[in-house]
Design a protein around this ligand. Structure first.
Ligand code: HSE
Length: 414
């Protein structure tokens, strides 16, 4: 019998306890031993839980229990998860986590501590919920030089955008629905402002390129400024709007990395990934594009990835799985202003002809988008590919000439 502990009994934590309990025989046949949940750490009371006798409010009950070999950290947030994880790894216990905030902020350090203490620190559930992505990148695709990773990495925002696109639902109603379904973070600002997707692309970039990428160094935009008019114009441009996390390695070794809403062609592999589903494309120099697709949020999909890591740790109690990246620095990232893209602009237009003429004057050869039904007082164009700093200065010039730039969304070449 292998004793494990779970820290946190929220959406994911309760799912982990449920899967270990309901899939007891499956776990036994995979490991050859029973997995026993010895402690569950949570400050709340759960008197009606079938595991009520295992709950503790005292972290030391887990830390000091020599029988506990593997701990699932599913509390979320940096504190106290960081402190607890460090202490557990230093005590030689393996830790698995779904906590993308923790891995994105402290991954390099925690992986180094795990290595020093011959323990494992695994985090399959931190990106893509139930979709296998960390292990495939670290094992199956490891012979490739990865050139680019891009994907829809946040279920909540993808759910909101799908509801806006398919049903014309407004933003607030769609967000409330995502919260009720348990996809959204405790503070949904992390979802809608792009921070959650940023943490996930940082984890994937660190894994792909071997150096820790910190979220503070990555340009991040959310979806709060997207309107139903943008959705209509995007459709007329044979595109959909998706929140994309993307990292590309450039010839000089710098990473072009960002999170932003993008218009992506309807024929793109990522365009039909809807609702809480995530899709991640990994471009390897040997494999070409490999795409991973599945439920990126929700109790059981995410918990299944946590339990898979628990199983892996149980199978490797005496050995370390090789999963490692070094600390990183800001100079490995291309400054955002220097990245290049075409951009969709929605412009205020008392006279459409005048707005289009001004846009052409400033940007040169723009493509004018013709929506199916006329959208009053606005016009939309797509600029040529330019550096972001040029886009910004030309957009300012347009504003100075009396044309308001109402929306600015990148065109994703995916
Ligand atoms: N809030 C996250 C999402 C949960 O919506 O994708 C899964 O990481």
């Amino acid at each position: 019998m292998i004793s494990v502990a779970i820290m946190g009994h929220g959406v994911v934590g309760s799912g982990v306890a449920e899967i270990i309990t309901t899939h007891k025989n499956k776990l036994f046949s995979s490991i050859g031993e029973e997995v026993y949940i010895k402690h569950i750490l949570d400050l709340r009371e759960f008197p009606d839980s079938p595991l009520a006798d295992r709950f503790t409010k005292n972290f030391d009950d887990i830390l000091n229990d020599v029988e506990v070999r593997v701990v699932a950290e599913v509390m979320g947030g940096i504190n106290p998860a960081y402190d607890y994880t460090k202490k557990l790894l230093k005590a030689g216990k393996s830790v698995v986590t779904s906590n993308k905030e923790l891995v994105a902020a402290k991954g390099a350090e925690l992986l180094a501590i795990a290595k020093e203490n011959n323990a494992n620190f695994l985090f399959e559930a931190s990106v893509g919920g139930g979709i296998p992505i960390i292990r495939p990148m670290n094992q199956c695709l490891v012979a490739n030089n990865v050139k680019e990773v891009a994907g829809i990495l946040n279920g909540t925002t993808n759910f909101i955008l799908t509801k806006m696109i398919d049903e014309g639902m407004n933003f607030d109603t769609a967000l409330k629905l995502a919260q009720d379904l348990g996809f959204a973070e405790r503070n949904p600002e992390a979802d809608v402002e792009g921070h959650d997707a940023c943490r996930k692309i940082c984890i994937l970039a660190s894994l792909a390129f071997g150096k820790h990428v910190y979220p503070d160094n990555v340009h991040t935009e959310g979806i709060t400024k997207i309107t139903l008019d943008d959705v209509k114009y995007a459709s007329a441009y044979k595109s959909v709007i998706k929140l994309i996390g993307k990292v590309k390695i450039l010839d000089d070794g710098k990473m072009d990395i960002l999170v932003a809403p993008m218009l992506i062609p309807k024929k793109s592999q990522l365009a039909n990934i809807d609702y809480e589903f995530n899709g991640i494309m990994v471009r390897g120099d040997c494999t070409g594009d490999v795409v991973f697709y599945g439920k990126g949020a929700g109790k059981l999909p995410t918990a299944s990835a946590v339990v898979a890591d628990i199983i892996d740790c149980c199978k490797h109690l005496k050995t370390r799985k090789y999963l490692f990246w070094a600390d990183g620095t800001n100079d490995s990232i291309l400054p955002y202003n220097e990245s290049e893209t075409a951009v969709y602009l929605r412009l205020s237009a008392e006279s459409k002809d005048n707005a289009i003429a001004k846009a052409k004057e400033v940007f040169g050869d723009v493509t004018v988008i013709e929506p199916k039904e006329e959208i009053a007082q606005t016009v939309a164009v797509v600029t040529p590919v330019l550096k972001i700093q040029e886009i910004e200065s030309k957009a300012s010039a347009l504003e100075s000439s009396g044309i308001n730039v109402l929306s600015k969304i990148r065109i994703g070449d995916l």
